[in-house]
Structures are given as structure tokens and as C-alpha cells.
Write a protein that binds this ligand. Structure first.
Ligand SMILES: NC(=O)c1ccc[n+]([C@@H]2O[C@H](COP(=O)([O-])OP(=O)(O)OC[C@H]3O[C@@H](n4cnc5c(N)ncnc54)[C@H](OP(=O)(O)O)[C@@H]3O)[C@@H](O)[C@H]2O)c1
Length: 320
């Protein structure tokens, strides 16, 4: 079958570590099943894998990709929950032994992928394959940040750092739908305008002084925006962080954290139950993931190049 895999690691030139082409069919352990992948979406995680972050060399070659929507062995339309856990934790994201598809087990940039049966969630017919393939990683992460980890209630103000990414666009749309006042930053003027079109109440240049302090900051950028996130919070405010694209070792500014009684809360992916609720929210509200572009699975290299260049607004989807 066709697949796109990491065959080496390169932090300087991650695409040099990518191989696209023929790959053996998946092995199917007891309790697992095979999904015929109709659509998958690209995440920054796929670039981290090509850089050797979150994966060890003894796992190579490794098929990339966390997200999949497709057909199960009985022909049912399904969405794959990407968190592979031991099954011993009700909240799979708290399982110390958890991994994401493409970390220890082959991922979804392939014609077929093996997954535990319990990781399948029904895909409602009103979601397209491409829309469904955006939900398991970027949209689920945004959902948990907002609705499980932030403590936000309607009417409060939230700042989303970064505008164009898969998680950022999901945060903007979900937060607006949830009745929050949504502020966004971006390095790029055109992306700021697009964020406002998408539902943000205001968009600011990265690092700009805000007109008021906010209740919560939603972070996936990391070092480049961390100081601004701390400066932007009201006393008692909270940062929810799920990623550090620009680096994970910024100055901590500890005196601001204790003097203003700030909280820093981590968030990772989401549970299978949260994925089901996200799907239900899309059904109930008509909200749909923003898709930047769709490419054939065979063009995975081109899709990853767009993510590496930051040349996207929303999700890039690979279809068959
Ligand atoms: N913990 C988890 O479970 C989890 C799940 C999903 C994602 N993540 C992580 O979250 C991050 C985002 O993922 P993604 O797939 O949404 O990535 P992406 O689509 O590549 O988005 C990158 C975002 O970062 C912003 N950005 C990048 N460099 C920046 C800089 N130097 N200064 C300011 N903004 C910058 C961009 O904003 P502008 O271009 O608008 O400025 C864009 O919104 C990644 O690090 C990923 O690994 C973690």
C-alpha cells in the first residue's frame, strides 16, 4: 500500500527524512482492527516526528499521521481516536503509557491503518471525510483546552496566540461558538484579517499591548509568545498550554506568576469521550473545521512543506 513515512531524523531539513511509496500492509494485534483511510490531516506533530522529537530511532521507519477518517472492516464510517492507551485509564490522556498514532504504532498517512477497536468513533454522515479527519488531533486538542482545562465561562475574554495554525483556527471557532470574547495574535497582517473573518472579535500583532487584560490565554506557540501571554493576564488568570512550536524554554517570569496568582495548566489531546462530544457539537451547531486545502495522499511531501513554511490558514487534508 502507499504510505508516507519517516525513515530518518533531521532537525534542519525534516523533509529530507521523509519517504513516500510502497509499504507493507499493517500488522493487526489482538483487539485491533483495520481502517481503510479516506482522509487524514497534517499536524505539526508530523514535522516533529521527522525532526526526531517524541520518537526513538529504533521505531524507524514510521508511517506519519495521527488523524484518520475512513471505513472500518464492516463498512461503517468511523473517525479514529489517535491516543493509544493501555485501556486502564478512564482519561486516556492521563495514562503514563499512552502514545499517539505514529509514535509507537504506524500512523495514518497510509491507505490502511491498524487501530484498537475501542478507538473508533462513529462519523456522522453530515461531516465530509475531510472535515472528520481534522477532528482527532487539532480540534480535539482545542476542545479540551477550552472546555476541560480553561475554566472559561461565556462572556469572559480569551486570547489565542497564533492565528493560522490548525489548533489556533479551531480555538478561534470553538471559543466564538461558546460565547466568549475572542482575541487573537498573529505575526502576519493578512492572517489577522482572516482571523477576524473567522470569528475573532479583535486581532493584534504578536507581542502587541492589549486594550485590557484577559481571563485566559490559550498557548501553542511557546517561547516566542510566552512573556506576552504572562503580561496579558489579569490577576488570577490562567494560561492553558498545549504546544511550544517556537521553543519550550522561555524565561518563566516567576515573580509575575506568584504576585498575580496566575495558573499555568498543561493540556494534551483529549479523551475518546471528548472526541464524541466534539463530534456532537459539530452536529448540533453546524460548526465545521476550516480546511486550508485538500491534496491527494500521494502529495504528502507537498502538504508537509506548507506546514513547515507556515504557509497555511486552517487544516491541510490528504484524501484518497
Ligand atoms: N499537546 C498536544 O496534544 C498537541 C496537540 C496538537 C498540537 N500540539 C502542538 O501545538 C502546536 C501547534 O500545532 P498545529 O498543528 O496547530 O501547528 P501549525 O498548524 O503549524 O500552527 C503553528 C501556529 O504557531 C504560530 N507560530 C509559529 N511560530 C510562531 C512564532 N515564532 N511567533 C508567533 N507565532 C508563531 C502560527 O501563528 P501565525 O502564523 O498566525 O503567526 C500558527 O498559528 C505544535 O507545536 C504542536 O506540536 C500539541
Amino acid at each position: 500500500m502507499f504510505a508516507a513515512s519517516a525513515v530518518a531524523f533531521s532537525s534542519e531539513d525534516p523533509l529530507s527524512a521523509l519517504n513516500t511509496g510502497d509499504h507493507p500492509e499493517p500488522e493487526v494485534p489482538e483487539g485491533w482492527t483495520v481502517v481503510d483511510v479516506r482522509a487524514t490531516s497534517v499536524n505539526h506533530h508530523d514535522l516533529w516526528t521527522l525532526k526526531g522529537v517524541g520518537i526513538s530511532a529504533d521505531r524507524l521507519p514510521m508511517i506519519l499521521g495521527c488523524d484518520a477518517a475512513g471505513l472500518d472492516e464492516d463498512g461503517n464510517e468511523v473517525i479514529v481516536h489517535a491516543v493509544i492507551s493501555s485501556g486502564r485509564y478512564a482519561d486516556e490522556t492521563m495514562d503514563p503509557a499512552r502514545s499517539l498514532l505514529s509514535e509507537r504504532h504506524p500512523g495514518t498517512f497510509a491507505e490502511r491503518v491498524a487501530v484498537p477497536r475501542r478507538n473508533l468513533v462513529a462519523k456522522p454522515p453530515e461531516l465530509t471525510w475531510a472535515e472528520a479527519a481534522c477532528l482527532p488531533t487539532a480540534w480535539l486538542t482545542a476542545y479540551r483546552m477550552l472546555f476541560t482545562r480553561s475554566g472559561l465561562v461565556p462572556g469572559q475574554t480569551v486570547l489565542v496566540q497564533g492565528a493560522g495554525g490548525g489548533v489556533s483556527t479551531a480555538l478561534i471557532m470553538l471559543a466564538r461558538q461558546a460565547g466568549l470574547r475572542v482575541w487573537v495574535t498573529s505575526r502576519d497582517e493578512a492572517k489577522r484579517a482572516r482571523a477576524e473573518d473567522l470569528g475573532a472579535h479583535a486581532a493584534f500583532a504578536s507581542g502587541a499591548r492589549l486594550p485590557e487584560k484577559v481571563d485566559v490565554v490559550l498557548e501553542t506557540v511557546g517561547a516566542a509568545t510566552w512573556a506576552h501571554s504572562l503580561r496579558s493576564l489579569r490577576p488570577g488568570g490562567r494560561i492553558v498550554i498545549a504546544g511550544a512550536t517556537s521553543g519550550s524554554q522561555p524565561p518563566a517570569d516567576l515573580s509575575r506568576v506568584f504576585f498575580l496568582q496566575l495558573s499555568v495548566v498543561g493540556s494534551t489531546m483529549g479523551t475518546r469521550d471528548e472526541l464524541e462530544r466534539l463530534v456532537a457539537m459539530c452536529q448540533a451547531t453546524g460548526l465545521r473545521p476550516l480546511i486550508d486545502r485538500e491534496l491527494p495522499l500521494t502529495e504528502a511531501r507537498q502538504a508537509l512543506a506548507h506546514v513547515a513554511a507556515g504557509d497555511l490558514f486552517g487544516k491541510i487534508v490528504l484524501t484518497r
